[in-house]
Write a protein that binds this ligand. Structure first.
Ligand SMILES: C[S@@+](CC[C@H](N)C(=O)[O-])C[C@H]1O[C@@H](n2cnc3c(N)ncnc32)[C@H](O)[C@@H]1O
Length: 430
């Protein structure tokens, strides 16, 4: 396929996402299944066009004064990918599979470089209703933070010390351009490629199959690290899902002590078994909500880790369609879920034990405000500074930009080069 045909395909997929409210991955997969002639290179470019169009939907719609799929796809190619208007015009004219040629109006809009008319939330590519919350989180940096959340994410890996180390992983992945990350001592990063670029499929690597590394954003690695699970401890991962944090906690515990992995949704827990085996994690009991209870753990845990259900506003780089789907109602529901989880999970902490609360959201309602709520409602717990833990245990890492008075930490793409992530620590009175 030439770029003209790929643009036409991206418009088709974006239309599918918009009109049938389909998840973008599903729409892309179905397009691929119905167009078998498209090679994997074509599918990568079409996917990049669709994802970048969604990442930058508000700013591109404002610049085109048109938010429809055609306008978004053309603007992505011409403006976001900086191909320029003449290259776009040629692409449309020289390929009979391409969408129709540019209109005069489209030419005008695509050549206008003046962004003065764009509102701040459009410049930031943040939904308008969320803008005040965004400003509450990031203040004067809100536009920069929004822009960073509209870029492509790198592929981050966590070297698994149960089976390997960062040097070995870096050597094994040298052909991918992998580099050490700056904050997590276990982090390895393959930077996102611009425009047409294709990311390596790291799960096909032998090192992945052998459990030498896991796919995990640096922010998640840091959140697990700041919880300070230690060898010999009794630890409960209360929202274990597919086990990403569980594996990081098990590695910190060097397979010593006991780690319980629980999730209210047994389907989400399903992949954990295979992952534990691959990673060589042997100190984990998976507690399936349908067949086991946690009653025996009440008041027994040295550490309870809560990777809370949240709106995912910190991972918009990876899931740009969720940015425009999020509703006030869904945010309210997540806030309720988080309180429920905080209340339930805290009962497992032993006197003197700790609780770690993390979200992949940047919204104060899900982060700081929930930490306030918890401290007000559970007087048995007091705050522990995650900022101090960072300083003491990550001496090589620059201090994060957003640390609250209590020491809760907010990570973000613009400030730490990671996903948006919040972490607060608490200790139960002894
Ligand atoms: C952010 S995800 C966890 C991701 C996982 N920790 C990882 O690193 O791969 C949040 C999880 O919380 C779970 N969850 C939601 N409500 C819950 C509840 N009341 N009790 C326990 N888990 C819950 C969800 O099923 C979901 O798997």
């Amino acid at each position: 396929m030439k770029d003209g045909g790929r643009l036409a395909a991206a418009i088709e997929v974006l239309t599918d996402v918009e009109t049938r409210h389909r998840p973008v991955q599903v729409a892309l997969r179905d397009w691929g299944a119905a167009h078998r002639f498209a090679g994997s290179g074509d599918r990568t470019v079409i996917g990049n066009l669709v994802f970048d169009a969604l990442r930058n939907k508000a700013s591109l719609s404002a610049r085109m004064r048109d938010g429809r799929p055609r306008a978004l796809a053309l603007a992505t190619y011409c403006l976001t990918w900086a191909k320029g208007i003449e290259a776009l015009a040629d692409t449309l004219e020289q390929d009979h599979h391409a969408p129709e040629a540019l209109s005069e109006e489209e030419r005008d809009r695509l050549s206008n470089e003046d962004l003065a008319d764009l509102k701040p939330h459009e410049l930031a590519d943040v939904p308008e209703w969320l803008w005040p919350r965004f400003q509450a989180a990031f203040g004067d940096n809100s536009i920069e933070e929004g822009r960073a959340l509209a870029t492509r994410a790198p592929v981050d890996l966590r070297a698994n010390p149960l089976k390997s180390d960062r040097e070995k992983v870096l050597k094994r992945l040298a052909h991918t351009g992998a580099m050490p990350t700056g904050l997590s001592p276990w982090g390895v990063r393959i930077e996102a490629k611009p425009g047409l670029g294709r990311m390596p499929h790291v799960q096909a690597e032998e090192g992945y199959r052998k459990g030498w590394f896991e796919l995990q954003d640096e922010a998640s690695q840091l959140a697990a690290h700041l919880a300070q699970a230690q060898p010999g401890m009794q630890v409960l991962d209360y929202c274990a899902g597919g086990g990403g944090k569980t594996l990081a906690l098990a590695a910190a515990m060097q397979n010593k002590g006991q780690l319980y992995a629980y999730d209210a949704d047994r389907l989400r827990l399903a992949p954990i078994h295979e992952r534990l085996q691959r990673a060589g994690a042997r100190n984990i009991q998976v507690r399936d909500p349908a067949s086991s209870s946690l009653d025996d753990l009440i008041g027994q845990m040295d550490l309870v880790f809560i990777d809370a259900p949240c709106t995912g506003t910190g991972v918009w780089r990876r899931r740009p369609d969720s940015k425009w789907r999020l509703t006030d109602r869904a945010l309210e529901d997540r806030i309720k879920d988080q309180r429920h989880v905080l209340k339930n999970a805290s009962q497992y902490v032993k006197p003197g034990g700790r609780l770690a609360y993390a979200t992949c959201s940047v919204l104060p309602e899900e982060n700081q405000d929930q930490a306030d709520w918890f401290l007000q409602n559970e007087p048995d717990f007091q705050s522990v500074s995650a900022g101090d833990t960072w300083k003491d245990t990550l001496p090589q890492a620059a201090a994060p930009s957003y640390i609250s008075e209590r020491g809760d930490i907010l990570l973000s793409p613009a400030s730490t080069g990671t996903d948006g992530f919040f972490i607060a620590l608490f200790q139960r009175a002894g």
